[in-house]
Ligand binder design. Structure first.
Ligand SMILES: *[C@@H]1O[C@H](CO)[C@@H](O)[C@H](O)[C@H]1NC(C)=O
Length: 121
């Protein structure tokens, strides 16, 4: 009976995906792990200042949520990179389906949130 239930469980879990997550999975910008949790790969800044790539998961919280990556920089200096999981409504507002790019000119601190594996590299 477990074999009968598993597809139903998978269906129930995937139907809980937010519209944004579904859209991003369809476009290859987000992946579902074996537990159907949306994941992406981001560069993250370690405490010692170096960066590594890491699997980032959609975190639990209020309302429909999804996951992306972020980068913060000023001019040509990188300040931080990391995972960004938030409510869908704020991700739609803040993030884009494109890489984070610095023009290297503006000395102002810039924040960028993006969807797609290593889009914050
Ligand atoms: C920073 O820390 C990581 C993990 O602890 C280590 O692998 C890496 O070599 C360190 N990098 C530097 C520049 O110290």
């Amino acid at each position: 009976s477990i074999l009968v239930l598993l597809p139903l469980l998978a269906l129930a879990t995937s139907s809980m995906l937010s519209d944004l997550s579904k859209e991003l999975v369809d476009e290859g910008l987000l992946t579902l792990d074996e537990d159907a949790v949306p994941t992406t790969t981001c560069m993250i800044t370690l405490r010692n200042g170096s960066s590594i790539s890491k699997t980032c998961y959609m975190t639990e919280g209020f309302g429909p949520r999804s996951a992306g990556c972020y980068a913060v920089w000023a001019g040509t200096s990188l300040i931080a990179q990391g995972c960004y999981s938030n409510q869908e409504i704020s991700l739609r507002d803040q993030c884009r389906k494109d890489e984070c790019k610095s023009d290297g000119k503006s000395p102002v601190v810039s924040f960028c949130c993006c969807f797609g594996h290593l889009c914050n590299a």
